[in-house]
Ligand binder design. Structure first.
Ligand code: OXD
Ligand code: MN
Length: 612
């Protein structure tokens, strides 16, 4: 696959600048250069000039298309290879020394065997390319909740995206210092160039793709894909899979959660962290605009995908958003569904796999009710509304800095984090699961989160619309055995003086004709209001076998006619038959995890069965 080997590749020492004082980092970069044999090494400084220069180079190479500078200043469109459009869960591995530690929730290969495979693939894999070194911080620089990673990549698209998604460059090296700790993250698109060989617009490796995590070493190796979570290694690979392992070892939480601030009229502000599987409207919820009837309520955004949460001295949990930008799903984003997000995308954005308008702007399904008469689709082909195929890929994305968001919370970079009042867990469920339910205590909440499920979406490669158990929305992201993860959550709860309350939500329930029963989007504020009032001990509820739920009169209905009492009772119905089936599914999940499943989970299930 690789071009013929040249004489042993030598990395001149001057390619590692003197300002890099961290000996481990110097050594690792030299080793990787020996292995991958790039034409040159480039250390990213994180400046705007560097970003602009890289984008110009990508425009020249065809990897980026510059959008209309008046309509979408400083913004670009990338079109990926049609085989490289989403996270690949079947190519993602956790290679712990002991197979059992990875759990049935991860693909596992013995570390020596995986290292041998990767060693072969990475040998010479950067020939003809530049090797970029990106020092980055997940979380505000120097925050006690933040951690540092260094990504080596041969993709300038990854560098530009990492600059938006994280804090990168010289300032990170200053915090790292000579002996600071970093997580080494090695990425290659896996397509070396022979001398004179012309590059393709989106290099990737058609044959081999591997996204690999070594828990004991806390290192990441990703080969063959240049897309999203496969390639921007700070996101799912570090901030979730490796960080979840660090969190277990060190007594904190790394979660697939948005964080939002909610302030009642004239009242105290609360923060909520909410876990949803991919493409379940997390970005919309994180940027929610309350409906006019609830105008006095203020909602602000801390993060829209990942939360790092550490116990504070006061016995509460404090969270930061480790990221500095969003890599969000574009289709479905509109003025009606997420006006805050659209405002953020007005400039300085990289779009990937959306459609291009004749005047050099972007479009995707759902952006406007009527599609433009003609477009260039995400693969660069002419498109009209009669084409019979989507113009944007279902997993098309935008990459945008958090600082562009109108709803950004003033404390979003507070190094101490924000105190969490409640956790929400929600999936996409057509039946069975009610609009909202409150767990009776922490252990019940852990059970509720452990047994959540969702219908799959286009954010991952595979079947769409299948219900799968997705505990804590972490199925693709927990770096170790789910049984141990549930136990860790139980332990964290025990250690807290004021544990957050735990709720389950489902915005996606439908009636017998397949019509959504709940309007969702901004109207979700009505449910959030009830949740905050529960946290403050001032909202009513009714006890059901599966937890506490609001009665019709406990929610605010002003300004919402589409949900009458009858619809509300459908939204909150607990069908004992469906729940018995659900419990069978819970038992099946627990059976898979039984070697490490905390006994509390089994007991909760039995109690639920009795209650039903
Ligand atoms: C994401 C995902 O991209 O969860 O955030 O897939
Ligand atoms: Mn996500």
């Amino acid at each position: 696959m690789n071009p013929p080997a040249t004489a042993a590749h030598v990395v001149p020492d001057q390619e590692i600048p003197a300002y890099v004082t961290n000996e481990k980092l110097r050594q690792w970069v030299a080793e990787v250069a020996q292995l991958t044999q790039p034409d040159r090494i480039y250390w990213c400084d994180g400046s705007q000039q560097e970003y602009d220069r890289l984008c110009n180079e990508m425009v020249a190479s065809g990897m980026l298309i510059r959008l209309n500078q008046e309509k979408r200043p400083n913004s670009y469109l990338a079109r990926s290879d049609p085989d490289d459009v989403a996270r690949m869960e079947d190519r993602t591995f956790v290679c712990s020394r002991n197979k059992e530690d990875a759990g049935p929730n991860n693909n596992w290969v013995a570390p020596e065997e995986m290292k041998a495979t990767l060693g072969r693939l990475f040998t010479g894999c950067m020939r003809g390319r530049t090797m970029y070194v990106i020092p980055y911080s997940m979380g505000p620089l120097g925050s006690h909740i933040a951690h540092i990673g260094v990504e080596i990549t041969d993709s300038p698209y990854v560098v530009a995206s990492m600059r938006i998604m994280t804090r990168i460059g010289r300032k990170v090296l200053d915090v790292l210092g000579p002996d600071g700790y970093f997580v080494p993250c090695l990425h290659s698109v896996g397509m070396p160039l022979a001398p004179g060989q012309k590059d393709v617009v989106w290099p990737s490796n058609k044959e081999h793709k591997y996204i690999v995590h070594f828990p004991e070493e806390k290192s990441i190796w990703s080969f063959g894909s240049g897309y999203g979570g496969n390639a921007l290694l700070g996101k799912k690979c570090f901030a979730l899979r490796i960080a979840s392992i660090m969190a277990k070892e060190q007594g904190w939480l790394a979660e697939h959660m948005l964080i939002l601030g909610i302030q009642p009229p004239g009242g105290r502000k609360h923060y909520i962290a909410a876990a949803f599987p991919s493409a379940c409207g997390k970005t919309n919820l994180a940027m929610l605009i309350p409906p006019p009837a609830l105008k006095g309520w203020k909602v602000t955004t801390i993060g829209e995908d990942i939360a790092w949460i550490k116990p504070g001295k006061d016995g509460r949990l404090y969270a930061i958003n480790p990221e500095a930008g969003a890599f969000g799903v574009a289709p479905g984003t509109s003025e009606a569904t997420n006006a805050n997000c659209l405002a953020a995308l007005k400039s300085n954005t990289i779009f990937t796999n959306v459609a291009l308008t004749p005047d050099g702007d972007v479009w995707w399904e759902g952006l406007t009710q009527t599609p433009p008469r003609e477009l260039t689709d995400w693969q660069g082909k002419p498109w009209t509304p009669d084409s019979g195929r989507p113009a944007a890929h279902a997993n098309a994305r935008f990459t945008v800095a958090a600082s562009q968001l109108p709803s950004l919370d003033p404390d979003w970079e507070n190094p101490g984090g924000v105190p969490i009042s409640a956790f929400l867990f929600g999936g996409r469920r057509t039946t069975t699961v009610p609009l909202v339910v409150e767990a009776s205590d922490w252990t019940h909440g852990v059970y509720l989160a452990a047994t959540m499920a969702s219908e799959t979406t286009a954010a991952i490669v595979g079947k769409v619309g299948v219900v799968r158990r997705d505990p804590f929305a972490m199925l693709p992201f927990c770096g170790y055995h789910f049984g141990d993860y549930f136990r860790h959550w139980l332990n964290i709860g025990r250690s807290l003086e004021q544990p957050p309350r735990i709720f389950g939500v489902n915005w996606f329930r439908r009636d017998g004709n397949g019509k959504f029963l709940w309007p969702g989007f901004g109207e979700n504020m009505r449910v959030l209001k009830w949740i905050i009032e529960r946290c403050e001990g001032r909202a009513g509820a009714v006890q059901t076998p599966i937890g506490s739920m609001p009665r019709y009169e406990d929610l605010e209905w002003r300004g919402l006619d589409s949900v009458d009492r009858e619809t509300f009772s459908k939204l909150t119905a607990v069908d004992a038959g469906l729940w018995r089936d659900e419990l069978k599914d819970h038992a099946e999940l627990f059976d898979k995890l039984k070697s490490r499943l905390p006994s509390e989970m089994v007991r909760q299930r039995e109690e639920l069965e009795r209650a039903l």
